[in-house]
Design a protein. Sequence first.
Length: 124
Amino acid sequence: MTTQALAILYAALAALPAAMHIALAAGAPLGRFTVGGRFPGRLPPLWRGLALVQAGLLAGMALVVLDRGGALSSGLPAGLFWPVVGLTLLTFLANAASPSRPERRVWTPVTLGMVASALGTAFV
């Protein structure tokens, strides 16, 4: 796989949790898939706002990886790439350790794919 394809894969995978966070912010009853299942249905208003922040963060992270992989030129500092990889790895570990079984089953493989594709973008 090319560096560009790996970066696009990262962005496509990041779009999945970003879409879920947008749905959560809109009031979708998907709370069991986030924050350890603390709120099994709809998130409280503050948490719905934070879900939008998370969606934005995921979009920004995808832009950084797409830039590093040569899929686009975002104008973001190149030095953001490794912090994005680190944050992606921490997200994977948090999902893998989540007390919420749905969160673990859905997001652990997605975030593992994100880690692998980001590392591939760096080293291919």
